[in-house]
Design a protein around this ligand. Structure first.
Ligand SMILES: Nc1nc2c(ncn2[C@@H]2O[C@H](COP(=O)(O)OP(=O)(O)OP(=O)(O)O)[C@@H](O)[C@H]2O)c(=O)[nH]1
Ligand SMILES: [Mg+2]
Length: 347
């Protein structure tokens, strides 16, 4: 396992995410955040953690891997697992990457103590918020049926309540969920504004098993910095590009060189990182668009990603981005492995 990311960015002596000795924790456990793509799972995780850990975009299928985020509350440690949105993996245009993503989500659910099902309030495209859809999507129903079969504690979040002008508009959705998942607490939230997030934590804390801390208190995720950095670059590509391009993109880190201060107050601390990364696309035409006229698009992606990375690492960052065509990498298991999409057992 590689070194996990800790809350203190200046701490270069990274500890492994291993069982902690802490005794103040009385309840602990793993909770998977699951649901359809785009309902706000990653936004909710980030809101709970108060950190930009999992990447977010307005496009569905943004998250591709399980992402662990650790939240410590008085007496309780929650190990929250963000997952890729559950979607159909068969039919036109579906790839090995689609199958990998859904397997990631399904495997995450198998290993947890409780599940947080996220659904959303939604407005059909081109309609006003007065016409918000009153109930569950068919795929929400299917996911709920699967979760019922697990027999694990289940909490349901109705996210994006901020788009509803009148809270009474939530009632049909609440009714539908209560019928489908009897006994499961239902919590309306706006992950974007932070509304309802405290109640989510209270409900989750109540269903976690008794147990000691699973991770040291200063660990926020088991993911290494390099993974988080590649994701921040991918996030900027998702935000900057359209149509099939975001789905054809993978990011790898080629070089990572740290500068450690050898004198002065910050002696021994990391003061800068030089990162070389490659953005892989599947077709020459996609490369052309991503590079942009006179390199404008890739420069903008690089500049925005660099700011996010500097914030994450807490030091100066020099980022060099390269764009490369890797024909149809998302279509084959070998292509996925090359981009680092491997099941957890292989990591
Ligand atoms: N209005 C509103 N938008 C939200 C809220 N939560 C998330 N969003 C937006 O919904 C979009 C999708 O959010 P994500 O957090 O990426 O959703 P996700 O469920 O993780 O999506 P996948 O990773 O694709 O499965 C983004 O544009 C978010 O800003 C919310 O509470 N209110
Ligand atoms: Mg996500």
């Amino acid at each position: 396992m590689q070194a996990p990311f800790m809350q203190s960015p200046s701490n270069t002596e990274q500890k492994l995410a291993q069982p902690s000795e802490s005794t103040s924790i009385e309840r602990s456990g793993f909770v998977a955040l699951v649901g359809r793509p785009n309902v706000g799972k990653s936004t909710l995780l980030n809101s709970i953690l108060g950190e930009h850990l999992s990447i977010v975009s307005p496009k569905p299928q943004t998250t591709r891997n399980r992402i662990l985020g650790i939240k410590n509350l008085p007496g309780v440690q929650l190990a929250l697992v963000d997952t890729p949105g559950l979607h159909l993996t068969t039919g036109k245009g579906r790839t090995a990457l689609n199958r990998f993503m859904v397997e990631e989500a399904q495997q995450a659910v198998d290993g947890v103590d409780a599940v947080l099902l996220v659904v959303q309030m939604r407005v059909p495209e081109g309609k006003s918020t007065e016409e918000v859809l009153p109930s569950l999507a068919p795929s929400d129903e299917q996911i709920a049926t699967q979760l019922l079969g697990l027999g694990k504690p289940l909490i349901v979040v109705i996210n994006k309540t901020d788009i509803v002008p009148d809270k009474r508009m939530l009632l049909p959705m609440i009714d539908a969920l209560a019928k489908k998942l009897p006994g499961a607490p239902i919590v309306p939230t706006s992950a974007l504004r932070g509304d309802g997030v405290e109640r989510v934590l209270t409900e989750l804390s109540a269903v976690l098993p008794k147990g000691d801390a699973l991770f040291p208190e200063d660990v926020i995720t088991d993911r290494p910095e390099r993974f988080l950095v590649s994701e921040l670059i991918r996030e900027q590509v998702f935000l900057a590009t359209q149509k099939e391009i975001p789905y054809a993109v993978a990011v790898t880190i080629d070089q990572w060189q740290e500068r450690i201060a050898d004198h002065g107050k910050r002696r021994g601390e990391r003061i800068g990182v030089q990162i070389d990364a490659t953005i892989h696309v599947e077709k020459p035409g996609q490369k052309k668009i991503l590079v942009g006229e006179r390199g404008q698009m890739i420069r903008s992606v690089g500049s925005l990603a660099r700011q996010q990375i500097a914030e994450l690492l807490g030091c100066g960052v020099h980022l060099a981005l390269f764009v490369r065509v890797d024909e149809d990498w998302s279509q084959t298991p070998a292509g996925l492995r090359k981009m680092g999409y491997e099941s957890e057992a292989l990591r």
